[in-house]
Every structure is written in structure tokens, then in C-alpha cells.
Design a protein around this ligand. Structure first.
Ligand code: NAD
Length: 485
């Protein structure tokens, strides 16, 4: 039977696709042709109510299963995702414009990894026993209840699964709202989870903009909110969640440093800088966009980087030989163009790129600025596009101070052959995720998340379990109760 790649309705609620065309239309626009390729509708209050009610109703029975039973369903979903990787990758490419060459290895596969990993540990989630003389305390690891997930547009399949997997493994249910820019992929995650055996209502997807997100975040039935998005949205969602003292995970933006010392392996450092700036056309939260290059290697670095940019193949992202796609939307393209203009007007030296390619499609050249200084806008603000800034440095202590002189703290990287310096730098970086001699890998086994304004909480790894469950302690008295009177 041919697998239908396109979701068949706007929402997935209580185990089935649901449509309600009275909601605000949300067109999905092809990043190459600029034509509409799909249409979904934002959730109306009635749709939001259905999703939350079904998540609330389903959660207790789901939590009553053993962890092994829940894990089996998640692992089955992982297997289905892997089987359909080709189709799901095409859908991810249609949603985002990222090259198929990337989505085939980075999106559905990452979603499957998360479901497999958390499915694997679901059966070993435990509390503990604390002996207190004759008495004792035992702790129960309990789910939080109904969780809300809200996604950004750059990794729609991955974000949906990174939130679903630990939430469901711990016995929670979820209502997930994808970004209005990329509404399609999360629906497939929901469909596959239910095909794998997840009971109706355990994982629901509703569409919409910020107002739908806000309605979910402030609903009294909701125990936890996990947002992937920008810092301004994070502030709003965190504040709204605070009113109900809800648990939060905030995966927010960044302006991460990548420090390249003279002794670095040049080819690796250039590869690292490319991964840190041009993968997904630069639309990656953890990107190392402030590339500090020590003076002794700077000329060689810039020369090799510009040479390597000759191997960029831009074009239709569905062509598997294309390695550089368009931006996700016209809006995002214009934002990035604005930053490029700022770079020029503030005196940065344009070394490569800087231009839109063609008049149709949201294609921008990979862009490199040199002689960037710490106070320039392109060195301070998150651009979220293919713009790499090279900043000069000589001294390790000085570069560390400058690397940390940002309110963001998502990621940081260092390229050097000096072992002690590498670990010294990693320890001193004010960032949640650090890289030594590589950049931008995010395996499910490792915690991922930000410090400072880049967020709170961690996704992935065993650590995520603590963000989707809470400990109840039960004191058990074995001796007569003593009271003062
Ligand atoms: P965004 O902040 O504009 O939107 C994120 C999501 O929040 C969307 O689904 C949006 O509809 C929703 N939203 C907006 N206002 C809301 C409100 N008041 N209440 C509830 N929900 C609301 O972000 P974006 O443009 O979609 O994504 C890009 C941003 O995401 C970048 O800053 C990037 O760094 C960040 N990001 C972070 C990570 C991470 O793991 N740290 C990963 C990917 C992207």
C-alpha cells in the first residue's frame, strides 16, 4: 500500500485527523516556487478544547501502563519512522526547504533516535529507597500530567519527537503546537505514534500562531510547557506558565562563539565553521556564528573557507545533489538580508556572498564577513541565516571574555590541538552545549540546552526524564508515633 506522505487534515486529536475550516487559514509555501503547497487551519477554541480534553482523559491510563509497555510503543514508532525515512524526509524538505541531502540523515532519523532512546529507558525509570533507621522513605517517579509542546520551524519533525519521546516515556500526554511556518511534519509524528499503538489522546497536534500557543500554556489542565523558539517568545511563554506555577523547558535562541586557535587542524576548523553556519542554510539555534580566529591562522582560514564555498550547490532542495537550500520563508530571507545590510553599513568586510540568488525562491548566498568587531549588530544579534562573522583575536584569556560577553548561552566550540587548552575553554564557556574540534552534533544520548537567556532545562539524555516527571516521597513509619502531648 502506498504511504500517503501528506497529512490529511490540520489537526491530530484523540487518535485521528481532525479538520475545522473555520480556523484562520495557514498556507504552506514552497520555498522554491513561492507557491502554496498545502493549507491548514489554526485551531479554534473548540479544537483546543478537544485536544486538551483528550490529553487529560487519556493520560492516567497511559501512566498506569508499565514503563516497558510504554517504551515498546515508542520503539515501534521509531521503527516505523526509520522504515518511512525517505517519505518523511521529503515532507520535512517540503515543510522547511532544507535539502533532502540533509533531511535524509538529520530529521526523521533524529526523531527515531529519540523515540528509541526514551522507549529504551522507559522501563527503567524508578524512584529510590531511603532507609532512616527502622523507618524509611521511598520515592515514586510520577508523570507531570498533560504537557504542552510548542515548536520552532527549523526542525519540525525532530522538535516534535524530542518533546514527545521523554514526555510519553514518563507517562505524560502531550498537546503539541508546531510553528505556523512548518505545520506538516508533527502531524506525521502523531499519526505514526498512534499507528505504533499509542492510545488515542496521548499525543495531539493542533495548529496555530502565538494565540493558540498562549491558550494552551495558560490552560489549568496543563502541568508543563516545553518551548523551542526565540528569546522574546520564551519570555512570554515562561511568564504565562509562571502564573500557574507550571514546569517549563525553554530551548531558545543563541549567538554562539566558535574559537579557532592557530594550532587547529585547518581543514577540520573550516569544516566546523561550515557546519556551524551553513547547515540548514544557517537556520540552527546552536550555530557558532561568531567565529573568533587567531591572527596566525586567519588568512589561511579565510582563503580555505572561501575555496570550500565553491563546492556549495544551491538549487531545488528535493534534488539530492543540492547541499544548500533556500531560507524557510520570505520573511526570514528579508530578516537575514537586513542583517547583511547592517554588516555592510557598520563596516564589516564582505568576503563572500551577501546576495539573494535569483528572483524566485528564498535563496541567499552563504555569506562571510571578516573584520567583524564585538559591537557590530551581526556579532550581537541572532541572525538565523547563512551569515558567518569572523572576529580576530590573539590571546586566550581575551577571547574567552569576549566569547562569553553575550546574554545568550546555548553553545560554544573550540578548535585546537592543545588538549589542556581545549578542556580549559570548554569549562569556561558560559554555554549549555560545548564542542571540542567539531560542531553542531546533537546525539540523543547527550543533554542539549542553553544557559543564560538561551533557556532552562535540558532535552535529550537521561536528564530530560527529570524535566518530564517529579518525585513524590512517601515516608513509612515502622515504629510507634511519638507526639508531644
Ligand atoms: P518563535 O519564537 O517566533 O516561535 C516559536 C513558537 O512559539 C511558534 O510555534 C510560535 O507560534 C509560538 N509562539 C509565539 N508566540 C507565542 C506565545 N505568546 N505563546 C505561546 N506560543 C507562542 O521562533 P521561530 O521563529 O519559530 O524559531 C526560531 C527561533 O527558535 C530562534 O530563536 C532559534 O534559535 C530558536 N530555536 C531554538 C532551539 C533550541 O533547541 N534551543 C532549536 C530551534 C530553534
Amino acid at each position: 500500500m502506498a504511504y500517503d506522505i501528506q497529512p490529511t487534515a490540520s489537526h491530530f486529536i484523540d487518535g485521528a485527523y481532525v479538520e475545522d475550516q473555520t480556523g484562520t487559514p495557514i498556507p504552506v509555501i514552497c520555498q522554491v516556487s513561492e507557491e502554496q503547497i498545502a493549507l491548514v487551519h489554526a485551531a479554534t477554541p473548540a479544537i483546543i478544547e478537544r485536544a486538551l480534553a483528550s490529553a487529560k482523559r487519556a493520560q492516567k491510563d497511559w501512566a498506569a501502563l508499565t514503563g516497558t509497555e510504554r517504551g515498546r510503543i515508542l520503539r515501534r514508532a521509531a521503527d516505523i519512522i526509520r522504515d518511512r525515512n525517505d517519505d518523511l524526509s521529503v515532507l520535512e524538505t517540503n515543510d522547511t526547504g532544507k535539502p533532502l541531502q540533509e533531511t535524509l540523515v538529520a530529521d526523521a532519523t533524529s526523531a527515531a533516535d529519540a523515540l528509541e532512546y526514551f522507549g529504551g529507558i522507559a522501563g527503567s525509570l524508578t524512584g529510590e529507597h531511603v532507609q532512616l533507621g527502622a523507618d524509611f522513605v521511598y520515592t515514586r517517579r510520577e508523570p507531570l500530567g498533560v504537557c504542552v509542546g510548542i515548536g520552532a520551524w527549523n526542525y519540525p519533525t525532530q522538535i516534535a519527537a524530542w518533546k514527545a519521546a521523554p514526555a510519553l516515556a514518563c507517562g505524560n500526554s502531550m498537546v503539541f503546537k508546531p510553528s505556523e511556518t512548518t505545520p506538516l511534519c508533527a502531524l506525521k509524528v502523531a499519526e505514526i505514534l498512534h499507528e505504533a499503538g499509542a492510545p488515542a489522546g496521548i499525543y495531539n497536534v493542533v495548529q496555530g500562531m502565538g494565540d493558540v500557543g498562549h491558550a494552551l500554556v495558560t490552560d489549568p489542565r496543563v502541568a508543563k510547557v516545553s518551548l523551542t523558539g526565540s528569546v522574546p517568545t520564551g519570555r512570554k511563554v515562561y511568564a504565562a506558565a509562571a502564573d500557574g506555577i507550571r514546569h517549563v523547558t525553554m530551548e531558545l535562541g543563541g549567538k554562539s562563539p566558535l574559537v579557532i586557535f592557530d594550532d587547529a587542524n585547518l581543514e577540520d576548523a573550516v569544516s566546523g565553521a561550515i557546519l556551524a553556519n551553513f547547515y540548514s542554510s544557517g537556520q540552527v539555534c546552536s550555530n557558532g556564528t561568531r567565529v573568533f580566529v587567531q591572527s596566525g591562522i586567519k588568512d589561511a582560514f579565510l582563503q580555505r573557507l572561501t575555496e570550500r564555498l565553491n563546492d556549495v550547490k544551491m538549487g531545488d532542495p528535493l534534488d539530492e545533489t543540492v547541499n544548500f537550500g533556500p531560507l524557510v520563508s520570505q520573511n526570514q530571507m528579508e530578516i537575514v538580508q537586513g542583517f547583511i545590510e547592517k554588516g555592510l553599513s557598520e563596516g564589516a568586510r564582505l568576503v563572500a556572498g551577501g546576495e539573494r540568488v535569483g528572483t524566485k525562491g528564498y535563496f541567499l548566498q552563504p555569506t562571510v564577513f571578516a573584520d567583524v568587531t564585538d559591537d557590530m549588530t551581526i556579532a550581537r544579534d541572532e541572525i538565523f541565516g547563512p551569515v558567518l562573522s569572523v572576529l580576530d583575536f590573539d590571546d586566550e584569556e581575551d577571547v574567552l571574555t569576549r566569547a562569553n560577553a553575550t546574554d545568550f548561552g546555548l553553545a560554544a566550540g573550540v578548535f585546537t590541538q592543545d588538549l589542556t587548552r581545549a578542556h580549559r575553554m570548554a569549562a569556561a564557556f558560559e554555554a549549555g552545549t560545548c564542542y571540542i574540534n567539531t560542531y553542531n552534533l546533537a546525539p540523543v544520548e547527550a543533554p542539549f540546552g542553553g544557559s543564560k537567556l538561551s533557556g532552562v532545562g535540558r532535552e535529550n539524555s537521561k536528564g530530560a526524564v527529570d524535566h518530564y516527571s517529579e518525585m513524590k516521597s512517601v515516608y513509612v513509619a515502622m515504629t510507634p508515633v511519638e507526639a508531644p502531648f
